[in-house]
Design a binder for this molecule. Structure first.
Ligand SMILES: *Cc1c(COP(=O)(O)O)cnc(C)c1O
Length: 358
């Protein structure tokens, strides 16, 4: 047995921390923003049959271009997105990694606005891309002026935006994305992992793609789509961006089983998304009821709520865990984050939290 620091590891990885959301077996896992509703039975049967067909062919390599899957993803994103604009990988984390491999790397920088998705800076480190952290406005908002000032000051090779933002839930206006794009010379990636949970009628950054060849919109099947364990993330961008990612992806990175499962799930997209409205209602309920308990929840357009006013986050986290409820300490002073689950899960979380003497 030796320790990490004794190994001839890259100097820039020394002292780094791995992604570490605790994985514990609890009755109520409200910590990593999964869709806590089970996959509907009819979809389980359809996906299983598709996977069985795929297994019969796994002596051969899969379609390296995953053309059928890209057609389904493009159709899901709407009539303005063509399959040539779509790319997929094993989770949107791998999408982000491929973007940084192609457009970042040693000697290059990526600008982000913490608190934001922790994997953005961790993948930057893994690819040798310098992570530059800029400030947000009050209540974690990001105005066009604030974002543009940071772009102008740092002149990054990439800008990562998160809309709505994790871990805060904060909405991001399209005006900010447009302004960042106009002010920058590099890739602008908008991480829309939670897009399906935005209020009805709000436009996604997909609407900004025409004429903006440096803009990338990343999505995932891990959240609203209730498919986290299958590992499928994707993006929409100019077809030239897709060409760039072909230079860095490993051949056959999406297994035949992954492709078959994702296509089958997309064929049942309405069934897979039928819980989204119920989850939005639980999110809004969390905001109201956490405030009634004396906490300070933040506005959220995602499927989780960040709440402040927690005197001792560690103690509250541990107390919930003793009650078989796992939520997330995202490292923000006096704050915790909870995923909006089923009505019963939300009720139990609120009741247990309400019983805690503060
Ligand atoms: C959960 C999450 C992802 C999803 O990652 P996958 O690798 O697709 O599971 C991406 N971005 C953000 C902001 C997230 O919160």
């Amino acid at each position: 047995m030796t320790s990490l620091s004794d190994l001839p590891i890259r100097d820039d990885l020394r002292g780094q921390e791995p992604y570490g959301a605790p994985q514990k077996s609890v009755r109520l896992a409200l910590n990593v923003n999964e869709n806590t509703h089970p996959v509907p039975d009819e979809v389980v049967a359809h996906v299983t049959a598709a996977v069985e067909r795929a297994v019969r062919g796994v002596n051969r390599y899969p379609d390296r271009e995953f053309s059928e899957l890209r057609e389904h993803l493009a159709a899901y994103l709407g009539p303005d997105v063509s399959p040539t604009q779509v790319w997929a990988a094993n989770g949107s984390n791998e999408i982000i990694q491929q973007i940084l491999q192609a457009f970042g790397g040693p000697g290059r920088s990526v600008l982000g606005f913490p608190p934001t998705y922790s994997m953005h800076s961790i993948i930057a480190a893994g690819t040798g891309t310098r992570w530059v952290a800029a400030e947000r406005d009050d209540d974690y908002r990001l105005s066009p002026a604030t974002a543009v000032a940071a772009v102008t000051q740092h002149d990054p090779d990439l800008v990562f935006l998160c809309a709505p933002n994790n871990p805060t839930g904060t909405p991001l206006e399209l005006e900010t994305i447009e302004a960042v794009y106009a002010a920058s010379r590099g890739i602008v990636m908008v991480d829309e992992a939670y897009a399906e949970f935005m209020p009805a009628g709000r436009e996604s950054a997909l609407s900004l793609l025409p004429g903006r060849e440096r803009l990338v919109v990343s999505r995932t099947m891990s959240k609203a789509f209730a498919f986290a364990g299958a590992r499928l993330g994707y993006l929409a961008a100019d077809p030239a961006v897709v060409d760039a990612l072909r230079l860095v992806r490993l051949p056959y990175h999406l297994s035949a089983i992954t492709q078959a499962a994702a296509v089958a799930a997309l064929e049942h997209a309405p069934a897979m998304l039928q819980t989204v409205q119920a989850i939005r209602e639980q999110r809004d309920r969390l905001v109201v009821e956490l405030a009634a308990l004396g906490y300070t929840p933040h506005e959220s357009w995602a499927n989780f709520v960040l709440f402040g006013g927690v005197d001792d986050p560690r103690a509250t986290f541990d107390y919930l865990l003793e009650n078989d409820i796992l939520i997330r300490d995202v490292g923000l002073a006096n704050h915790l984050r909870v995923t909006a689950g089923t009505p019963a899960e939300t009720t139990e979380f609120l009741e247990v939290l309400g019983r805690m003497t503060r």
